[in-house]
Design a protein around this ligand. Structure first.
Ligand code: SF4
Length: 81
Protein backbone atom coordinates (compact mmCIF):
# COMPACT_ATOMS: atom_id res chain seq x y z
CA UNK A 1 0.00 0.00 0.00
CA UNK A 2 1.44 3.34 -1.07
CA UNK A 3 1.03 6.77 0.32
CA UNK A 4 -1.68 9.25 -0.55
CA UNK A 5 -0.35 12.63 -1.55
CA UNK A 6 -2.32 15.86 -1.18
CA UNK A 7 -0.80 18.77 -3.00
CA UNK A 8 -1.87 22.42 -3.08
CA UNK A 9 -0.61 23.30 -6.55
CA UNK A 10 -1.90 26.85 -6.28
CA UNK A 11 -3.40 29.15 -3.68
CA UNK A 12 -5.33 31.09 -6.29
CA UNK A 13 -9.06 30.88 -5.78
CA UNK A 14 -12.13 32.85 -6.78
CA UNK A 15 -14.02 32.02 -3.58
CA UNK A 16 -13.57 33.11 0.01
CA UNK A 17 -15.04 30.32 2.13
CA UNK A 18 -15.18 30.87 5.88
CA UNK A 19 -13.87 27.36 6.54
CA UNK A 20 -10.88 27.65 4.20
CA UNK A 21 -7.71 26.23 5.77
CA UNK A 22 -5.62 28.19 3.26
CA UNK A 23 -7.36 31.49 3.94
CA UNK A 24 -4.17 33.27 4.97
CA UNK A 25 -2.45 32.20 1.77
CA UNK A 26 -5.21 32.62 -0.78
CA UNK A 27 -4.20 34.36 -3.98
CA UNK A 28 -0.55 34.54 -3.00
CA UNK A 29 1.43 33.34 -5.98
CA UNK A 30 4.98 34.12 -4.89
CA UNK A 31 5.60 30.60 -3.57
CA UNK A 32 3.80 28.76 -6.36
CA UNK A 33 6.02 26.31 -8.21
CA UNK A 34 6.79 26.92 -11.85
CA UNK A 35 5.67 24.39 -14.43
CA UNK A 36 9.16 22.89 -14.44
CA UNK A 37 9.14 22.77 -10.64
CA UNK A 38 5.84 20.91 -10.67
CA UNK A 39 7.23 18.44 -13.20
CA UNK A 40 10.23 17.78 -10.97
CA UNK A 41 7.89 16.93 -8.10
CA UNK A 42 5.91 14.62 -10.40
CA UNK A 43 9.18 12.94 -11.40
CA UNK A 44 9.95 12.28 -7.74
CA UNK A 45 6.41 11.05 -7.08
CA UNK A 46 6.69 8.56 -9.92
CA UNK A 47 9.69 7.04 -8.15
CA UNK A 48 7.84 6.21 -4.96
CA UNK A 49 4.91 3.95 -4.14
CA UNK A 50 2.03 6.40 -4.41
CA UNK A 51 -1.57 5.18 -4.46
CA UNK A 52 -2.98 8.49 -5.59
CA UNK A 53 -2.37 12.21 -5.70
CA UNK A 54 -4.98 14.82 -4.90
CA UNK A 55 -4.42 18.11 -6.65
CA UNK A 56 -5.84 20.82 -4.43
CA UNK A 57 -5.56 24.52 -3.76
CA UNK A 58 -6.96 27.07 -4.05
CA UNK A 59 -8.59 26.15 -7.30
CA UNK A 60 -6.15 23.91 -9.25
CA UNK A 61 -7.70 24.73 -12.62
CA UNK A 62 -6.68 28.36 -12.16
CA UNK A 63 -3.18 27.35 -13.16
CA UNK A 64 -2.69 28.12 -16.84
CA UNK A 65 -0.55 25.00 -17.06
CA UNK A 66 -3.14 22.74 -15.39
CA UNK A 67 -3.71 20.55 -18.46
CA UNK A 68 0.02 20.42 -19.17
CA UNK A 69 0.47 19.17 -15.60
CA UNK A 70 -2.23 16.54 -16.08
CA UNK A 71 -0.66 15.44 -19.36
CA UNK A 72 2.69 15.09 -17.60
CA UNK A 73 1.12 12.86 -14.97
CA UNK A 74 -0.21 10.77 -17.86
CA UNK A 75 3.21 10.56 -19.47
CA UNK A 76 4.51 9.07 -16.26
CA UNK A 77 2.16 6.14 -16.88
CA UNK A 78 0.65 6.29 -13.44
CA UNK A 79 -3.00 6.51 -12.55
CA UNK A 80 -3.77 9.34 -10.18
CA UNK A 81 -7.03 10.71 -8.93
S1 SF4 B 1 -9.52 27.04 -1.54
FE1 SF4 B 1 -11.42 25.87 -1.31
S2 SF4 B 1 -12.12 26.29 0.75
FE2 SF4 B 1 -10.61 27.86 0.26
S3 SF4 B 1 -11.77 29.60 -0.54
FE3 SF4 B 1 -11.19 28.34 -2.30
S4 SF4 B 1 -12.92 26.92 -2.64
FE4 SF4 B 1 -13.11 27.82 -0.56
Amino acid sequence: MGINFKWDITYRCNLNCNHCVNGNFLNQTDQELSTEGVKKVIDRLSDIDTDYVHLLGGEPTFRKDFYEIMDYFGEKKRVYN
